[in-house]
Design a protein around this ligand. Structure first.
Ligand code: AHR
Length: 321
């Protein structure tokens, strides 16, 4: 194993055959969705293909467990830590431990909220705000042309205190509000209910919402991930509401099952959240090893797109998650 202590250095740190003995600790937050499983696979595969030794730990959606996993990497003196945080807060102390040990930290997918941004080298992930913007844009385009109408949205949010939940909400609201000024259509978020990014929870909260008699006034369901949308669709099966027609559904991730639902007309718009982070992580680590910390941008975005019911489905690339 090569010791990369002094990791914040801007000096190149790679020798000719350095990748052969470099150990990367990879702490994943959980396995709550097909998206997450593909995300894990993508990172592990790319790093292993590159010849890195990967120590993988699953946090099972438990922050304390993830902290222990990262501590075990520090004790092991890994050369770099790749870390996908369960939530934003609560990482300061463990990241300080990593910094003191001179181990660079690559934050992937969700973001961390820390006062000292030098505690991580870079953040690699989607623009969650742009995903929310795309969802909002679909809704405002869908209702464009109507006038003096109020469209009620039910937002099914992800786990609290996470960047995807906060930024998808923010991006969505920003776009529907911007559109408000231009058209005479009022699009408003009537209610926001939490489903933690989990299918079962998504189903439960939608069932409760239906039982409370609130679903009748909802025109659009904006769901923060496909797993919760699948749960919501199951709950809707018990009603007369026809998904995709009586209720416009916009969902995020683009898992294979949801693209199939789009083709069947059960949902109207699928905003992609790209889980293929592996190549970006591998490139960032390689670049760091060759050229040092100064060569790494603080934010690295993965590319993403959007799929909707009005498109030519043959253009949708095959999904592997
Ligand atoms: O952090 C990304 C989100 O987490 C994905 O949208 C979701 O499916 C996963 O659980």
């Amino acid at each position: 194993m090569i010791c990369l202590s002094g990791c914040a250095s801007s000096k190149p740190v790679e020798s000719e055959n350095a990748t052969q003995s470099i150990v990367i600790g990879f702490s994943q937050s959980g396995t709550e969705s097909s998206w997450r499983k593909r995300h894990t696979e993508s990172i592990r595969t790319e790093l292993e293909k590159e010849g890195y030794e990967v120590l993988y730990r699953n946090g099972y959606m438990n922050q304390d467990r993830q902290i222990q996993d990262i501590r075990s990497f520090i004790v092991y003196q890994v050369d770099a830590i790749v870390f996908t945080p369960l939530q934003e807060d609560g990482w300061e102390a463990i990241l300080e431990e990593a910094a003191q040990a001179g181990i660079p930290v690559f934050v992937v997918d969700r973001h961390v909220s820390v006062n000292d941004s030098s505690l991580f080298l870079t953040h690699i992930g989607p623009s969650f705000k742009a995903e929310g913007n795309r969802a909002g844009l679909y809704v405002s385009n869908y209702f464009r042309g109507q006038s003096n109408t109020t469209i009620n949205v039910l937002e099914l949010t992800g786990l609290d205190n996470t960047s995807p939940t906060q930024l998808r909400s923010e991006g969505f609201r920003e776009t529907i509000q911007r559109d408000l000024a231009q058209n005479n259509v009022t699009i408003q978020v009537q209610d926001a209910i939490g489903g933690d990014f989990i299918r079962r929870k998504g189903k439960e909260v939608i069932e409760t919402y239906i039982k409370e008699g609130k679903m009748a006034s909802i025109d659009v369901l904006f769901s923060h991930n496909d797993e919760m949308t699948i749960g919501a669709l199951e709950a809707l099966e018990e009603t007369d509401i026809v998904p995709g027609k009586d209720l416009i559904i916009v969902t995020i991730d683009a898992q294979k099952e949801m693209i199939d639902n789009l083709k069947k007309g059960l949902v109207n718009c699928v905003v992609e959240c790209n889980p293929e982070a592996g190549v970006f992580v591998k490139n960032a680590i390689n670049r760091y090893l060759k050229r040092g910390a100064d060569a790494i941008p603080k934010e690295i975005y993965v590319h993403e797109t959007v799929f909707s019911s009005d498109m030519d489905f043959s253009q949708i690339p095959p999904r592997n998650y």
